[in-house]
Design a protein around this ligand. Structure first.
Ligand SMILES: Cc1cc2nc3c(=O)[nH]c(=O)nc-3n(C[C@H](O)[C@H](O)[C@H](O)COP(=O)(O)OP(=O)(O)OC[C@H]3O[C@@H](n4cnc5c(N)ncnc54)[C@H](O)[C@@H]3O)c2cc1C
Length: 292
C-alpha cells in the first residue's frame, strides 16, 4: 500500500507492549493524541513510513490476552476480539457457516501473508473507503465495544466510520471487540467485490436477507464507491414489497445505482461505479434468492 510519498524509514517513536488491557488503557490515557494503537501494524507502519501518521508512542496490543478470542453464544451472537486476524476469521467454522458475507470478505482481502497479520478491528479503524471489513459488518448491524480507562460504550459500525480515516474515537479510547448479533436460521448473506488487479476495490456489496422465501428484512451495503460504506434504503424497500422477485431485483439494482452517494477518483469514474453497483446488486441478490 503506497500513497506515493518517498519515505522508506520509520520516524522515531517509543514502542510499548502492554501485557494487559488495563495497562494499554493507562498508556493511552497518559499519551492520548501522541499515541497510536497498533494491532497488526499493516496499515499503521505504512502510514508512519509515509509520514501520514507520526505518533510519538506506539502501543502494540497484540500480547493482550483479553483481545485475542472469537466467541459465539447462541442468542447473543459473535464477539471478535480486537487482535483477531483475518486469517483466524477465515478458519473459524461459525464465521464460515453463519456469517457468510464476513467470511467471503476476509477470504478475498489482500493476500494470505497480510491476512495473517491484519486484524478486522484494524481494518475498521483504518476507515479507508475501499477496505472490505466494514461492509459485511454493517450489513449484519454489527457494533463495536470501545473502552477507555474509565468507560465502556457500544457503537454501531455504521456510525463509527465518519469518513476517510475519520472515526468516532476519543484519544484515550480503543476498540476492544466487534459484536455481531445472532442470526435466525433463515438469514442469508453474501459479499461480492469488484477490482481490476489493484489492491483497491472499485466497488463491493454485502447483502443480508431474512428470509429469501418471503423477505422480511434486508440490508444492502456498498463499499469502495463513496467516502464511507453506504446503504441503499430505497432499493431494500423494493425487495421487501415485491411480488415478483426476479423483476424486483432488477428494479432494486437500478434504484441502488441511483440513490447512493458515489464518488469519482483516480481509480474509476462515478458513472462506472454506478454501473458496477447495479451489476453487483443483481448478482448478489440473484444468488441469495436463487433466481436467474
Ligand atoms: C498490500 C496490501 C493490500 C491490502 N488489501 C486489502 C484488501 O484487499 N482489503 C482490505 O480490506 N484491506 C486491504 N489492505 C488493508 C489491510 O487489510 C489493513 O491495513 C489492515 O486490516 C489493518 O489492520 P491492522 O491490524 O494491521 O491495523 P494497524 O495497522 O495496526 O492499525 C490501522 C489503524 O487502526 C488503528 N487501530 C488498530 N486497532 C485499533 C484498535 N483496536 N482500537 C483503536 N484503533 C486501532 C491504528 O492506530 C491505525 O490507525 C491491504 C493492505 C496492504 C498493505
Amino acid at each position: 500500500m503506497s500513497f506515493g510519498a518517498p519515505y522508506l524509514t520509520l520516524p522515531e517513536f517509543t514502542y510499548h507492549k502492554p501485557k494487559s488491557l488495563k495497562e494499554a488503557l493507562q498508556l493511552l490515557n497518559e499519551f492520548r493524541d501522541e499515541a497510536k494503537v497498533m494491532a497488526g501494524g499493516v496499515g499503521l507502519i505504512a502510514f508512519m513510513k509515509e509520514r501520514l501518521m507520526t505518533p510519538n508512542h506506539v502501543i502494540d496490543i497484540k500480547d493482550i490476552p483479553e483481545l485475542r478470542s472469537i466467541e459465539y453464544k447462541k442468542g447473543e451472537g459473535l464477539k471478535i476480539g480486537a487482535t483477531v486476524t483475518m486469517s483466524e476469521l477465515e478458519k473459524n467454522d461459525i464465521v464460515r457457516e453463519k456469517y457468510v458475507a464476513l467470511y467471503q470478505a476476509v477470504k478475498v482481502a489482500a493476500d494470505p501473508i497480510i491476512r495473517n497479520r491484519a486484524t478486522l478491528a484494524g481494518n475498521i479503524c483504518e476507515a479507508l473507503p475501499w477496505v472490505d471489513g466494514p461492509v459485511p459488518l454493517i450489513a449484519f448491524n454489527a457494533e463495536l465495544e470501545i473502552m477507555s480507562i474509565n468507560n465502556v460504550r457500544r457503537m454501531p459500525i455504521s456510525e463509527f466510520i465518519k469518513g476517510p480515516v475519520e472515526i468516532s474515537l476519543e484519544p484515550n479510547e480503543m476498540v476492544t471487540s466487534i459484536r455481531l448479533p445472532d442470526l435466525p436460521p433463515e438469514a442469508k448473506s453474501l459479499f461480492m467485490k469488484f477490482n481490476t488487479g489493484s489492491e483497491f476495490a472499485l466497488a463491493t456489496v454485502a447483502a443480508y436477507v431474512l428470509d429469501s422465501k418471503k423477505p422480511r428484512d434486508i440490508r444492502l451495503v456498498y463499499g469502495a464507491v463513496s467516502t464511507k460504506p453506504v446503504r441503499a434504503y430505497e432499493a431494500e424497500k423494493i425487495i421487501l414489497s415485491s411480488r415478483n422477485i426476479s423483476e424486483a431485483i432488477v428494479l432494486a439494482a437500478e434504484k441502488a445505482s441511483k440513490e447512493i452517494d458515489i464518488v469519482s477518483d483516480v481509480l474509476a469514474s462515478e458513472d462506472y461505479r454506478r454501473h458496477l453497483v447495479k451489476l453487483l446488486t443483481i448478482n448478489v441478490l440473484r444468488e441469495i434468492f436463487e433466481v436467474s
